[in-house]
Design a binder for this molecule. Structure first.
Ligand SMILES: [Zn+2]
Length: 790
C-alpha cells in the first residue's frame, strides 16, 4: 500500500517503463554531472515505516518508499538524463511530458550516475518532468536516511529516522542532481505512523490522517542544494519562540530531554536576530527548527530550516552548545543562501561559519577574549596544514572525503587576515554585497574577492585580494618570517614552513611564496601597523627604529623566528611593559619560539619568555607556557644553567602553590567565581589542567553538593572532565545526584563502562576500574577531533 496524496493521483495516467536497472560500471573520466539538464523543482513523497507508533509493524518495517517528480530544464539538447543515485532501489520511472519516453536506465556504481536513455532527443530550451519511484532500507551508518533512537517515557527505546546528506549522500535516499550547483526548490510530503512527528525543511501546510498513518504536506522551500534537504521522523516534543521579526523557531528533543533545550532556543533567537541585522538579509524560510538526535556523525548539520544536532551539542547550557548553534545559524547565510560551486571550495562555507561563530560568541559572552579565541584555530590549522590545500585546484575534494578540518581552521584564519587587511567595517560591507548579489546561487572565491575589493582602499603596489588569496588557499602550508636586526635595521625574509609535505610541491603557481601582511608592534607603542611583504621580494626592510614584535596580536597565519638577543629584549619588554601587549601577541611569541631550533640558546630564550609571562591570569597562555617548560625539560641535550633551572622552579612553584580559584572568596558562589575568573570555558578548562591539585577539585566538589541548577552542575562536571577524570567517574556514578538523562548521555563512556561491569558481575562492583591515563587521553583526542567536525 502506498500513501500518496490526492493531488498526485494523476500519476496513474502516465505510462511507466518496465525496464529493469542494469548495474554495470563504465569508465567515466569525470565524476561531475553533465550540465545539459538542470532541476527546477522536486516534488517528493516519502512513506517511512517506523515501528513503535500506532502502526502494526510488518515486513516493511524500517524501510521507506516513495517517488519524486523532478521538473527539468533542458540547457543543451540531449537524449539522456543523468542524475545521482546510490543504494536505493529504483522501482519505476517515466517521463511525464514531451513525446519522449525512457527506453532503459543504467546505474553506474563508480560515479553513482543513474542514466536514463530516451527514445528521442530533448530539445534545448524545453522543459520536461521525470518521475522516479524508489524504495530503500533505513540505514545504520549515520548516512542518507538512517536510524537513531531515543528513550520513551517508560524507559523503552524508540526508533527515529533522520537524514544526513552532506556531502554526497542525498543520493543514498533520493535520486537527485546531487551537486551543490544544481539548486532547485523542494516540495516534500511525508507519510509516517501516527504518533510520530514528521519534519522537513519547509513549514507544514496541511496534515491529515489515513488509518494508522499521518500525512503531512510541507510548503515548498526556497531554491537550495540537495545536500541541505532534511527529513526527520520520530518521537520528539518541542519548545517554541519567535524572533522580533516573527520567525517561528522550535527546538525538538525526545520527551525525556525537552526540559533542557531552553538555552539553545534563547541563543538561536538572539543569533538569528543578530545575523539578520548584520547581513541585512532576513532568514528566508518560514520557520526554523532544530532537532536533537542521539546518533549523528557530526555535531550538527545546517539543513536549511531543519538543523539536526547531536543531543550533546544542543541539550544543556554550555558554551559548546552556543558555539554549535551559532555555527549552524551562520551557515543559513554562508552555505545555504550562498553556496560554493563545488566541494573543493567548501572552506567558503566552513571558514566563514567558524569565523562568524567567534563574533556570535563574543556578543553573547561579554567575558570572552575575542582575539585570543582565534589563536586556537590558527594552531589547529598549522598542525594539519601539510597536505590538503584549502582551495584544491585539482579534484582533491570532490566531496567524497567529506569536509576536512583544515577548511574550518585555516579557512577562518585566512578570513581573519582578510578582515585585518581591509578593516572590519569594510569586510562587513563586502560580505553584505557578496551575500545579496549571490543569494540563491553558487560562488567561487573570486566572487568573494570581487565584493570585498570594492571596499578595500589599497595602494597601487599592494597585491589584489584575489592575488593575495590565491597563494594562501591554493598552496598548502604557510610561511615562516625570519626577523634579523642588521646595523640597526630590521630585515625580514620569508621561507616556507619546514614540515611541508613534498607530495604537493608540484603546485608551483606561487612557488611556495606568499604575499604576507606583516603586522608589527614597536616596543613601547600600542599601535599595530601593517606592511606588505610581497612574494616577489627576497627581503623586506622595515623602516622603524628599535625593536619590534612581528605578527602582533597573531593576526597573521604565519610563524616568526627572531634572534636570541631579540628574545631577551622581548622578554624584558613583556616583564616591564606587560599591559602594552595583548595575550594573543604573547601567545604568538611563546608558540613560535619552540618551533625552530635555529639558535644554540633557544631553550634559554624560551624560558626567558615563560618567566616573563608567569604572572598572567590567562590560563590558555599559562598552559602553553607550561607546555614549553615540559618540552624544555624533555630535551635530552639540555643542560640548564643555574638561571634556567631557577626560572623553571619559579614557574612550577607558582603552579603547585596556586589553585584555579585562588582569586575567589571562600563563600563565593560557583557562578560568580567562574565569571570573575575565567574568560570562557576553554580558559577555565586550561586552569583545571594547570592546577590539577586537591584544593581545586575540593572546591568543585563542594560547589557540586550545593548547586541547584542543572546548568551549573553540568558546568562543574565539564570542569572535572578537564583535569579530574577519576573524580568525574566517581561523581557520575554516584546515584544520589540523580543526574538528568541529558547529562548521562553526555558522558556515555563512563556509564557504558559501569553498566557493562554491572552486567558482568550481576551486582554493584566493590571497586571500580578506571581507564589508564593514556587511553583516556586517546579517548579525549578522538572525541575532540569529532567535535570540530560540524
Ligand atoms: Zn559547518
Amino acid at each position: 500500500m502506498k500513501f500518496y496524496f490526492v493531488d498526485v493521483l494523476i500519476l496513474t495516467v502516465w505510462s511507466l517503463s518496465n525496464c529493469q536497472p542494469v548495474e554495470q560500471s563504465t569508465n567515466i573520466n569525470s565524476k561531475r554531472l553533465p550540465t545539459n539538464i538542470y532541476p527546477i523543482n522536486y516534488n517528493i513523497f516519502i512513506t517511512t515505516y517506523l515501528p513503535g507508533f500506532e502502526w502494526n509493524a510488518d515486513e516493511r518495517s524500517l524501510t521507506y518508499e516513495g517517488y519524486v517528480i523532478i521538473d527539468l530544464e533542458v540547457k543543451e539538447s540531449t537524449d539522456k538524463i543523468i542524475l545521482h543515485s546510490d543504494s536505493t532501489e529504483i522501482v519505476n520511472a517515466g517521463l511525464l511530458s514531451n513525446n519522449s519516453e525512457i527506453i532503459h536506465w543504467k546505474l553506474t556504481p563508480d560515479d553513482q550516475f543513474l542514466t536514463f536513455y530516451l527514445n528521442r532527443t530533448l530539445e534545448k530550451g524545453t522543459k520536461t518532468q521525470i518521475f522516479i519511484e524508489f524504495r530503500g532500507k533505513l540505514r545504520n551508518d549515520l548516512k542518507g536516511f538512517y536510524l537513531t533512537d531515543s528513550l520513551g517515557t517508560n524507559g523503552e527505546t524508540i526508533r527515529n529516522a533522520v537524514t544526513q546528506f552532506e556531502t554526497t549522500d542525498a543520493r543514498l535516499m533520493i535520486p537527485c542532481f546531487d551537486e551543490p550547483e544544481f539548486k532547485a526548490t523542494w516540495q516534500v510530503s511525508l507519510a509516517y505512523p501516527t504518533g510520530a512527528v514528521g519534519l522537513t525543511n519547509g513549514i507544514e501546510e496541511r496534515t491529515f490522517y489515513d488509518g494508522n498513518f499521518t500525512k503531512t504536506k510541507y510548503r515548498k522551500t526556497v531554491k537550495m542544494s540537495s545536500y541541505l534537504l532534511a527529513i526527520f521522523v520520530g518521537d520528539v516534543q518541542y519548545k517554541e519562540t519567535k524572533t522580533d521579526g516573527g520567525l517561528r523557531i522550535r527546538v525538538y528533543a525526545d520527551p525525556q530531554n525537552v526540559d533542557y533545550i531552553d538555552h539553545a532556543l534563547n541563543v538561536s533567537k538572539l543569533t538569528v536576530e543578530g545575523f539578520e541585522q548584520l547581513f541585512g538579509i532576513g532568514f528566508p524560510m518560514e520557520k526554523l527548527d532544530f532537532v536533537s538526535v542521539k546518533r549523528s556523525g557530526a555535531s550538527a548539520m545546517e539543513n536549511w530550516g531543519l538543523i539536526v544536532h547531536k543531543s550533546t551539542s544542543i541539550l544543556g547550557s554550555s558554551e559548546y552548545v552556543s558555539e554549535v548553534v551559532i555555527h549552524e545559524l551562520a551557515h543559513q547565510w554562508f552555505g545555504n543562501l550562498v553556496t560554493m560551486k563545488f566541494w573543493n571550495q567548501v572552506w567558503l562555507n566552513e571558514g566563514f561559519a567558524t569565523y562568524m561563530t567567534m563574533y556570535g560568541i563574543s556578543s553573547i559572552y561579554s567575558n570572552s577574549n575575542f582575539d585570543f579565541s582565534f589563536v586556537n584555530y590558527q594552531e589547529k590549522a598549522k598542525a594539519n596544514d601539510h597536505d590538503l590545500t584549502l582551495n584544491s585546484v585539482d579534484t582533491h575534494n570532490d566531496g567524497s572525503i567529506g569536509v576536512p578540518n583544515i577548511n574550518y581552521s585555516k579557512g577562518s584564519s585566512f578570513i581573519r587576515m582578510l578582515e585585518k587587511v581591509i578593516g572590519t567595517d569594510n569586510l562587513l560591507k563586502g560580505i553584505r554585497e557578496y551575500l545579496s548579489e549571490n543569494s540563491y546561487s553558487n560562488t567561487e572565491d573570486i566572487d568573494l574577492y570581487k565584493s570585498l575589493e570594492r571596499f578595500y582602499n589599497r595602494s597601487e603596489n599592494d597585491p589584489s585580494l584575489e592575488e593575495f588569496g590565491r597563494c594562501w588557499t591554493h598552496q598548502n602550508g604557510f610561511p615562516t618570517v625570519h626577523v634579523e636586526t642588521i646595523n640597526g635595521k630590521t630585515i625580514l625574509t620569508q621561507r616556507k614552513y619546514i614540515k611541508i609535505d613534498s607530495e604537493y610541491e608540484s603546485f608551483n603557481e606561487c612557488g611556495y611564496k606568499w604575499d604576507i601582511p606583516i603586522w608589527y608592534q614597536k616596543f613601547g607603542e600600542e599601535e599595530i601597523r601593517m606592511e606588505w611583504f610581497t612574494k616577489d621580494k627576497n627581503e623586506l626592510e622595515l623602516n622603524v627604529d628599535g625593536f619590534l614584535i612581528v605578527n602582533a596580536n597573531s593576526y597573521g597565519y604565519y610563524d616568526v623566528v627572531y634572534s636570541d638577543s631579540s628574545y631577551e629584549s622581548i622578554a624584558a619588554e613583556f616583564r616591564n611593559n606587560s599591559q602594552m601587549y595583548s595575550d594573543s601577541t604573547k601567545f604568538r611569541v611563546l608558540k613560535d619560539i619552540m618551533l625552530y631550533e635555529y639558535s644554540e640558546n633557544y631553550l634559554h630564550s624560551a624560558l626567558l619568555i615563560v618567566d616573563s609571562l608567569k604572572n598572567s591570569r590567562n590560563f590558555g597562555l599559562l598552559k602553553s607556557a607550561n607546555q614549553v617548560v615540559t618540552d624544555v625539560k624533555k630535551k635530552l641535550s639540555f643542560s640548564g644553567t643555574d638561571e634556567d633551572l631557577e626560572m623553571i622552579k619559579r614557574f612550577e612553584t607558582k603552579l603547585i602553590e596556586g589553585n584555579a580559584f585562588e582569586g575567589c572568596e571562600p563563600s563565593e558562589t560557583f557562578s560568580s567565581c567562574y565569571q570573575n575568573n575565567f574568560k570562557m570555558f576553554s580558559d577555565a578548562c586550561s586552569a583545571m589542567k594547570l592546577y590539577g591539585n586537591d584544593q581545586t577539585s575540593d572546591r568543585l566538589l563542594k560547589w557540586l553538593k550545593i548547586e541547584e541548577t542543572d546548568g551549573n552542575k553540568e558546568q562543574i562536571l565539564n570542569l572535572l572532565d578537564c583535569g579530574f577524570w577519576r573524580i568525574l567517574i566517581k561523581v557520575l556514578n554516584d546515584k544520589s545526584y540523580n543526574w538528568p538523562l541529558y547529562i548521562r548521555q553526555k558522558f556515555p563512556i563512563y556509564f557504558q563502562r559501569k553498566e557493562r561491569k554491572l552486567a558482568e558481575i550481576g551486582k554493584q562492583p566493590k571497586s571500580r576500574s578506571f581507564m589508564d591515563f593514556e587511553s583516556f587521553n586517546q579517548f579525549i583526542m578522538r572525541n575532540s577531533n569529532r567535535l570540530s567536525k560540524y
